[in-house]
Write a protein that binds this ligand. Structure first.
Ligand SMILES: Cc1cc2nc3c(=O)[nH]c(=O)nc-3n(C[C@H](O)[C@H](O)[C@H](O)COP(=O)(O)OP(=O)(O)OC[C@H]3O[C@@H](n4cnc5c(N)ncnc54)[C@H](O)[C@@H]3O)c2cc1C
Length: 287
């Protein structure tokens, strides 16, 4: 779906209540955990796996009326830390290179959000997205695969199933890739937020970092998945397993690469994925 197709007719003005950098200060990539508070009476009911729209303030380039960007909600439906009418997002400060001038420009929405300070207004729309959601049956297995800020919906999932629902009986496996240990969001030395929720017998997390972070090599997520190929295939074969892939395009590319090897051929994985999709057991949130 194109961004221009999203309904932004009823934006709500939220207030930024907290902004915390969750990659170390001396680390080049800046990723921030932002908590937003909705005004009293605002109707913005969301569930885990949905995204929120942010309308960055203008004026905008090329005469555009709006600058809408989507961010995965990192809180569970009861709000950030259970606080009603709040939600969090996890934002990477982006830059892009103008190929003609060779100059580096800041991404509009991500820089607006990363520069915003507590008390600042933020226009939000949505929530959007319905297919990327926690299964209703608590004996379901969940295979969660993500890279970078793709961790955000999984933070919401884990918080919901262990903190809010409780007694989750299915297997939950997180395979997560980042450029370095410092970019293992919510799971690095600086911020261990996610560890607070999944102290549970059914949960296991596996992490991959880039072999050469200085050269921008992607994390070795495919190798990590291959190391666990037996358990992964067993899960794929189990009709109670739901598979979620989230983050940048390279999360999907690495996942597909590993699954082609595990399934035996590209065709075998394509067929299997089509079956999983048809039965509502496979969902992607790729950007
Ligand atoms: C469903 C969904 C969920 C998402 N969740 C998250 C999330 O949880 N966290 C997160 O950090 N991001 C997330 N994103 C990505 C996010 O929506 C934005 O795309 C990202 O923050 C960059 O937006 P921006 O406005 O800062 O950059 P923009 O100003 O849009 O620039 C970003 C890109 O646009 C291109 N571009 C724009 N203008 C120009 C120009 N003048 N010349 C050349 N190239 C240009 C460049 O390729 C550049 O890399 C998600 C995206 C989707 C679709």
């Amino acid at each position: 779906m194109y961004l221009s197709e999203y309904d932004i007719t009823n934006p709500v003005t939220a207030t930024l209540v907290a902004s915390e950098r969750i990659t170390p200060l001396n680390w080049e990539a800046e990723v921030r955990h932002l908590v937003l508070q909705l005004p009293q009476g605002a109707e913005l009911d969301f569930v885990e796996g949905q995204s929120i729209g942010v309308l960055a303030p203008g004026p905008h380039a090329f005469g555009n009326k709006h600058h809408l960007r989507l961010y995965s909600i990192a809180s569970s439906r009861k709000g950030e830390a259970g606080k009603e009418n709040t939600f969090s997002i996890c934002v990477r400060r982006c830059f892009y290179l103008d190929e003609i001038s060779g100059e580096q420009y800041p991404g509009v929405a991500s820089n607006f959000l990363c520069d915003a300070r507590p008390g600042d207004p933020v226009q939000v729309t949505g929530p959007y997205g319905a297919h990327f959601s926690v299964p209703a049956d608590d004996t379901s297995n969940m295979l969660m695969v993500g890279v970078g800020t793709g961790i955000a919906p999984f933070r919401a999932f884990v918080r919901h199933i262990y903190e809010e629902r409780g007694g989750w009986r299915g297997k939950v496996r997180l395979f997560y890739g980042a450029k370095s240990g410092m970019e293992l969001l919510y799971r690095n030395e600086h911020n261990k937020d996610m560890a607070l929720y999944y102290d549970d017998a059914s949960f296991r997390a596996f992490e991959a970092v880039s072999p050469r972070p200085a050269f921008d090599h992607p994390p070795a997520l495919d190798n990590l998945l291959l190391q666990h190929r037996e358990e992964i295939w067993e899960m794929v074969d189990d009709p109670k397993t739901y598979i979620f892939v989230a983050g940048l395009e390279n999360a999907k590319a690495k996942f597909d690469k590993a699954m082609i090897a595990i399934a035996g051929s590209e065709q075998a994985w394509q067929n299997r994925r089509a079956d999983l999709q048809a039965s509502g057991r496979y969902a992607e949130l790729i950007y």
